[in-house]
Design a binder for this molecule. Structure first.
Ligand code: UDP
Length: 483
C-alpha cells in the first residue's frame, strides 16, 4: 500500500492571468485525478475572482490531497493599472519571490514539494540556489512554435536582423530560425521583437525566461505531436526533457468523461462572470451561421478599431456573437458610448456578452468561424472544436501563432496589423463561404489529430503518464537520498 510519504507533492504556480491560470488548473485537475498531492498557489486577487466566478472550491474539494494557497503580487488597487507588465514583473521579483522562498523554507505548504510546476513566464520567481533544491518543471503556456522563435531572438539581435528598424519592411523574411525559413516574416516574430531598444526590460525578460525554461529540469507544453512535432524535436535537442500534453482542456475532458463525478466533464476557470444567455441565443441560429468574436482576457482595442470591427461584421451580412469585456475598449468614447449606438444595429443579427462560456460556444452547432486574437488557449479550443479562425494577433506569441494557423496548418486566415471594415467583412465571408471548403479540409483533419492525441495511447495521453511516472520516481529517489 502507498504510504503518506510515497505520494509526490507537486507545487503548481501560474502567472496571474486568465489563460495561464486556466491551463495550469486543468493540469492540476489531471494530476489530482492520478492521485498526486497538489498545492496550487495563486496570486490573491486572481484567487478571489476565481472563487467568485467559477466552482473551483467545490470541484477541487473532491481531492483530499489538494490545497489552494495564495500569495501577493505586491500590487495594490492603486498601482494596478493595465499595460504595466514590466512593473508587475518587478514586483513579483521584489515582493513575491522572497515570500515564496520563505514559504518553501518554513514547511507551511506541507511535505517538501517533490517538484514545482512553474509558469515559464516567471521562472525567476523560484530561487534556484535556496535550500532545499526543488526540481523545476517549466510550463510554457504558449505554442511550441512561438517559444522556438523566442529562443532565436538573441541570435537575431547579434545578427543585426533585430531590432526592427524605423522604416522596416515588415514582410521581410527572417533568416536563421531553423525550420521556419520560408514561414517567418518580420511581422510574425513575437511582439516584443517590435521594441526598438534591445535592452528594453520587456524584451530582455522574454529572452531570459526563454533561456531559463530551456535549462529547467523539464519543459511542459500545452500542445501535441501531430501539430508541432518538428518544432518539439528541435527543442528536444536543446533541453533535457519535454512533455507535450495538450490540448489540456481536451485531455481533461476525455479523462473526466470516464469519471463518476458530480461535476460532469466540463471544468471552467473563469475570472469574469459568465453570461450563459448567449447559448440560448445560439440555439435559435441556423447551423454554422454564426461568427464568434473574442479577443481573450487581456487585449484592449481603441474605440476606432472597435467601430471598424463592428461595421465589418454588420457589412459582412453574417450573424455574430461578440464578447466585449468590461473596459476592453479604450479611447474617448470607450465601449459605453459606442455600445449604445451599436446595440441597436446589432439586435438584428448579433449578440453581445461581457464573458462567454467559450469552450461551449465553440462546440455549438451554430458556430461557423472564430474571429480571435490567437491566444494559445483560444487557438487550441478552436482547433479541437473544428472551427476555422480569422486571426487578429496583438501581443506575445499571438503573432507567431496566427502565422502558423494561416500558412502552416492552413486552418484560418491572418488579419495581422490590419483593422478596417472592408478587410473584416471580406475575411468573415472568406471563412464562412468563399474559402470554406478549402479551410474545412485541414480544420477537420487537425481536430481529429488533436482528439486522437488525448485518447488512450495517444501522444499527449502517453506524455502525461510519463510525466506522472517521472514525478513518482523523483519522489522515491528523494526519499532514498534522505534515508
Ligand atoms: N475565455 C472565456 N470566455 C470569453 C473569452 C475567453 O472563457 O468570453 C477563455 C478562453 O476559453 C481561453 C481564455 O479565456 O481559455 C483566454 O486565453 P487565451 O490564451 O486564448 O488568451 P489570453 O486571454 O491569455 O490573451
Amino acid at each position: 500500500m502507498e504510504q503518506e510519504g510515497d505520494v509526490p507533492h507537486v507545487l503548481i504556480f501560474p502567472f496571474p492571468a486568465q489563460g495561464h491560470v486556466n491551463s495550469m488548473l486543468k493540469l492540476a485537475e489531471l494530476l489530482s485525478l492520478s492521485g498526486l498531492r497538489i498545492t496550487f498557489l495563486n496570486i490573491h486577487r486572481i484567487h478571489q475572482k476565481l472563487t467568485l466566478h467559477s466552482d473551483i472550491l467545490s470541484r477541487f474539494s473532491r481531492f483530499p490531497n489538494f490545497q489552494f494557497r495564495t500569495i501577493t503580487d505586491g500590487l495594490t488597487p492603486q498601482n494596478r493599472t493595465l499595460g504595466m507588465f514590466s512593473d508587475l514583473i518587478r514586483r513579483l521579483n521584489s515582493v513575491t519571490k522572497p515570500l515564496l522562498t520563505q514559504m518553501l523554507l518554513s514547511g507551511e505548504l506541507g511535505p517538501n514539494p517533490t517538484c514545482i510546476i512553474l509558469d515559464g513566464l516567471f521562472n525567476f520567481i523560484v530561487d534556484v540556489d535556496a535550500q532545499p533544491k526543488i526540481p523545476v518543471f517549466s510550463f510554457r503556456t504558449i505554442s511550441a512554435c512561438s517559444f522556438w522563435a523566442y529562443s532565436f531572438v538573441p541570435m537575431l539581435i547579434e545578427d543585426g536582423q533585430l531590432p526592427i528598424k524605423g522604416e522596416e519592411d515588415m514582410d521581410r523574411m527572417i533568416d536563421g530560425v531553423t525550420g521556419m525559413e520560408n514561414v517567418l516574416r518580420c511581422r510574425d516574430l513575437p511582439s516584443f521583437c517590435r521594441l526598438k531598444d534591445p535592452s528594453d526590460p520587456t524584451l530582455q525578460h522574454g529572452v531570459t525566461q526563454t533561456i531559463q525554461s530551456l535549462k529547467a529540469h523539464s519543459l511542459i507544453f500545452n500542445t501535441f505531436e501531430d501539430l508541432e512535432g518538428p518544432i518539439l524535436s528541435g527543442l528536444r535537442r536543446r533541453c533535457p526533457n519535454i512533455y507535450a500534453i495538450g490540448p489540456l482542456h481536451s485531455l481533461l475532458k476525455s479523462r473526466l468523461s470516464g469519471e463518476e463525478s458530480p461535476f460532469g466533464s466540463e471544468s471552467f476557470n473563469n475570472l469574469w462572470e459568465v453570461d450563459r444567455s448567449c447559448l440560448a441565443w445560439l440555439d435559435a441560429q441556423p447551423s454554422k451561421s454564426v461568427i464568434y468574436v473574442s479577443f481573450g482576457s487581456v487585449v484592449v482595442m481603441g474605440d476606432g478599431q472597435f467601430r471598424e470591427f463592428w461595421h465589418g461584421l454588420v457589412n459582412s451580412g453574417r450573424r455574430f456573437l461578440w464578447v466585449v469585456r468590461p473596459n476592453s475598449v479604450a479611447g474617448e468614447d470607450g465601449e459605453n458610448g459606442i455600445l449604445e449606438e451599436l446595440e441597436k444595429g446589432t439586435k438584428e443579427r448579433g449578440c453581445m456578452v461581457e464573458w462567454a462560456p467559450q469552450e461551449e460556444v465553440l462546440a455549438h452547432e451554430a458556430i461557423g468561424g472564430f474571429l480571435t486574437h490567437c491566444g494559445w488557449n483560444s487557438t487550441l479550443e478552436s482547433i479541437v472544436a473544428g472551427v476555422p479562425m480569422i486571426c487578429w494577433p496583438q501581443f506575445a506569441d499571438q503573432q507567431t501563432n496566427s502565422r502558423y494557423v494561416s500558412e502552416v496548418w492552413r486552418i484560418g486566415v491572418d488579419m495581422k496589423d490590419v483593422c478596417d471594415r472592408e478587410t473584416v467583412s471580406q475575411m468573415v465571408n472568406d471563412v464562412m463561404e468563399n474559402r470554406r471548403n478549402e479551410l474545412m479540409g485541414s480544420v477537420i483533419e487537425t481536430a481529429k489529430l488533436a482528439k486522437t492525441s488525448v485518447e488512450e495511447g495517444g501522444s499527449s495521453f502517453r506524455d502525461l503518464e510519463r510525466m506522472i511516472n517521472d514525478i513518482r520516481l523523483l519522489c522515491r529517489q528523494q526519499r532514498e537520498a534522505i534515508h
